[in-house]
Design a binder for this molecule. Structure first.
Ligand SMILES: Cc1ncc(COP(=O)(O)O)c(C=O)c1O
Length: 372
């Protein structure tokens, strides 16, 4: 393939950080509890396959994705560990789930009925691995009442073409200081587990936030996402309980440096005008890369100095107000460390009034990922 790596803009992924973040968490887990690495959305923008292999080195024993295609990508890349699809999959694709040994989430009775019909039709000779999703208060997918959930368990247990592999829930406030709603969800899930006729292979409830701040939550597996990438799930509201190492940096370099005269307008709409003679540097990254128009006014690093993005961010480029002349080709760090100064994804997220999860997922595929 000739496309892909012919620009100075790149996301640098430090796989060692991913390995260490996973290994640190695995070391903290109570005996018998496993870690599944959540690599949906192309590994939160970091690259699903590379993240999965790094997580495996750190001690992950399985993976979670959101979509069937994401599970297929991991299998095609040669990963043989258990893979759970956290979203629902149309029963018409059950042949692929069976062929690629992907475990799937059951969230409604209707889905279970349709899945049973499809399994009968396929008559494949292998059973479909199912995790039942209990909605204890997230209000997203899953069985809501205890009775409904236990009925779903029975439907799966009674069907020889289905294998009841797991049961799980998802917390909505595990990253908050107020634990009252978290406790309500946890209690509901504990009550459900006590009523189960038997224990499936996997019981799981913890995301990164619960793993960090509620490690006593029920289950024998955790679904570890954002913290694996070295990001604090609460965005800094709650302290990391151990040191997380961010894996992602974003770099580019100056493609043009020019001195503009006082009064010169910069960018579309002339939203910035040079107050005096100023050094303006252009970098080849724009909103088509996921470096959004709202990044105007944010500061990035040139030789360890913070330089403001002035004028509107264009589709492919944006402009910096440099502190002084620097040569074209000088490195610019948009996220990460540069000569002792650091810009974090959290700082980008705050500038955009969002969360670092969203920022990481928004970097487009046009930016090559490089792994070290
Ligand atoms: C069901 C489920 N489990 C686990 C995770 C991982 O969460 P986190 O990245 O906060 O660890 C997610 C992510 O959104 C999820 O949807």
């Amino acid at each position: 393939m000739v496309t892909g790596h012919h620009r100075p803009t790149r996301l640098l992924i430090d796989t060692q950080s991913i390995i260490e973040n996973v290994a640190n968490e695995v070391a903290r887990l109570p005996k018998g509890r496993e870690l599944f690495a959540v690599v949906k959305a192309d590994g939160y923008g970091h690259g699903a396959v590379e993240t999965a292999y790094s997580a495996k080195k750190g001690g992950a024993s399985g993976f979670c994705v959101a979509l069937l295609d994401e599970g297929l990508e991991l299998r095609e890349a040669g990963l043989t560990e258990p893979i759970l699809i956290l979203g629902t999959v149309d029963p018409m694709y059950i042949d692929l789930l069976l062929k690629y040994d992907l475990s799937v989430t059951a969230a409604t009775k209707k889905w279970l009925v349709e899945a049973a019909a499809q399994l009968n039709k396929l008559n494949a000779g292998v059973s479909l691995k199912i995790h039942i999703k209990s909605d204890t208060g997230m209000g997203r997918i899953g069985f809501t009442s205890l009775e409904e959930t236990l009925e779903a368990v029975e439907i799966v247990r009674e069907n020889p073409l289905m294998e009841w592999e797991g049961i799980f829930t998802h917390f909505s406030t595990a990253d908050e200081a107020d634990v009252s709603y978290f406790k309500e969800q946890e209690t509901k899930f504990r009550e459900l587990i006590e009523k189960l006729p038997e224990q499936p292979r996997y019981i799981h409830s913890e995301n990164s936030a619960a793993a960090l701040w509620h490690p006593e939550s029920p289950g024998n597996m955790i679904r570890f996402g954002i913290a694996m990438y070295g990001l604090n799930p609460s965005g800094g509201k709650l302290e990391d309980t151990y040191f997380l190492k961010p894996a992602l940096s974003l770099e580019t370099s100056l493609i043009q440096v020019k001195e503009v005269e006082a009064g010169t307008g910069i960018g579309y709409g002339k939203t910035y005008t040079a107050a005096e003679n100023e050094w303006i540097g252009t970098i080849p990254i724009g909103y088509a890369d996921g470096w959004l128009r709202h990044m105007q006014g944010f500061s990035v690093l040139v030789n360890g100095k913070k330089c403001e993005i002035v004028g509107r961010v264009c589709m492919d480029q944006c402009m910096l107000l440099l502190k002084e002349w620097v040569p074209e080709g000088t490195k610019v760090t948009l996220v990460g460390e540069n000569s002792g100064e650091t810009v974090t994804l959290q700082m980008v997220a705050e500038h955009l009034s969002t969360i670092h999860y969203e920022v990481a997922c928004t970097f487009s595929q046009r930016i090559p990922r490089e792994y070290k």
